[in-house]
Unconditional design. Structure first.
Length: 428
């Protein structure tokens, strides 16, 4: 290490310019990679919390022009559900309430949750409503952490359980739902529920998680002529193919005296359409295109710079070879110089970007301020915590820059080491 530091100091003039370049590369990488990291995490990181691949959404409509009575609509829906259950591809069916399901038009209500006789430990969260008597939780395919979704009571996410109780094995415990601000809520505005199960945190949409969430059943909910049915298919059945097959005949085969199915869509198709509607897909493509363009130029420029600087030290490598230094020792020596130079430069670059990040914050992805509005009730992800976010992305950028620098050093060093010492010293 002493020899490496000595070599770096000996070539300090050249290394200062290399360091300046690496500092600029590090800062630019922050602006390019940080949004990409957030996008990738929201789109692909973690579990959905439910099984979306085998879900199909069917929309009903009345056969006549006039609105039908709730009782008639309810009988019509039950008739369609019976026909669906008789289909060999279908595992279970559930009638939703006003599209209260993940990726539905209604992401859920905002409510407040706490612990009995504790007015300090409470939090806002999202509440999804299910119709009592429906098989909504099994149809969604919620992933259970503790308890059973078949039991009576409220179902909460593991993020909410950790916030309120500090652990996830809380099935059977009691929690409170406030229908007003907990500080001013009266006894009439509080309701206690037994926790039936704890499930994994779920995606409200493809770009947003819900950590503080709960599922609760309601009785005597209105049934109209335009409702949505969630259908879970059996293992091995492709949801897109199922929708294509039934679209041509669903108005006849999936109908009752008063209602018929007018639309069939898989959950994955719904997710894609919502992303396009929110311009998220286009934003992701723009981010990726810009990132690829900038990273390709940065990598090629950085590799080229270190390649040329290493080639200039051809004679030095020849001298080391003539004194018996092995190829591996020479390679390690040059790579360690690059390691130290990259580390120092990256720390300087991170410090400079830190000044910007403290004032403007780190990236929140393509949802921008729309996601910030949801965070109080969705629950904060570790991604929204400054220091973990900063450290993870900073480490990733350092590894990328180090890889690029290593390529720019290793290839020319290897080529020179393959020469005879006399040939390497020929330019001296």
């Amino acid at each position: 290490m002493r020899l490496i530091l000595k070599n770096l100091w000996k070539r300090r003039k050249q290394n200062v310019w290399l360091s300046v370049e690496l500092v600029l590369v590090s800062i630019v990488c922050w602006f390019v990679i940080d949004p990409l990291f957030v996008i990738a995490y929201h789109a692909f990181g973690g579990s959905d919390g439910y099984d979306a691949d085998r879900l199909v959404i069917l929309t009903t409509h009345s056969k006549g022009k006039n609105t039908i009575e709730p009782a008639t609509a309810s009988m019509g829906v039950e008739g369609i559900k019976a026909k669906l259950r008789n289909m060999e591809e279908v595992e279970c069916v559930s009638l939703t309430y006003q599209r209260y399901y993940p990726n539905g038009d209604a992401a859920g209500l905002t409510s407040y949750f706490g612990i009995p006789d504790d007015t300090v430990r409470w939090t806002a969260g999202g509440l999804l409503i299910a119709r009592r008597g429906e098989d909504m939780y099994r149809t969604l395919g919620l992933k259970v952490v503790d308890g059973s979704i078949e039991d009576e009571g409220i179902i909460i996410t593991q993020g909410l359980a950790l916030t309120l109780f500090g652990r996830t094995d809380v099935a059977g415990a009691t929690m409170v739902e406030y229908h007003n601000d907990p500080w001013v809520a009266t006894p009439e505005q509080m309701a206690q529920y037994k926790i039936a199960a704890v499930v994994e945190d779920y995606r409200v949409s493809n770009m947003m998680y819900c950590r503080h969430g709960a599922f609760r059943e309601y009785e005597r909910l209105y049934v109209g002529d335009q409702e949505e049915l969630l259908v879970r298919l059996k293992e091995g059945v492709d949801a897109t193919d199922f929708c294509k097959r039934i679209r041509s005949t669903m108005q006849k085969e999936l109908s009752s005296d008063s209602l018929f199915v007018c639309k069939a869509q898989s959950m994955n198709e719904l997710i894609d359409s919502r992303l396009r509607y929110q311009s998220v897909t286009g934003s992701i493509r723009r981010y990726i295109s810009l990132a690829v363009f900038f990273m390709a130029n940065l990598c090629l420029g950085t590799i080229g710079t270190f390649w040329l600087q290493t080639r200039k030290r051809k004679g030095e490598i020849g001298i080391m070879r003539s004194f018996g230094a092995s190829k591996g020792r020479i390679m390690r020596s040059f790579l360690l110089e690059g390691f130290v130079l990259t580390l120092v430069s990256h720390l300087i670059g991170c410090f400079m970007f830190f000044q910007y990040a403290v004032s403007n914050g780190l990236s929140v992805g393509v949802m921008g301020d729309r996601m910030r509005d949801f965070l109080p009730r969705m629950g904060e992800l570790w991604l929204n915590d400054f220091w973990p976010h900063f450290m993870v992305v900073g480490t990733g950028i350092y590894l990328i820059v180090l890889l690029v620098v290593s390529v720019g050093i290793a290839i020319p060093v290897w080529n020179i080491c393959r020469m005879k010492p006399v040939e390497a010293l020929g330019d001296e």
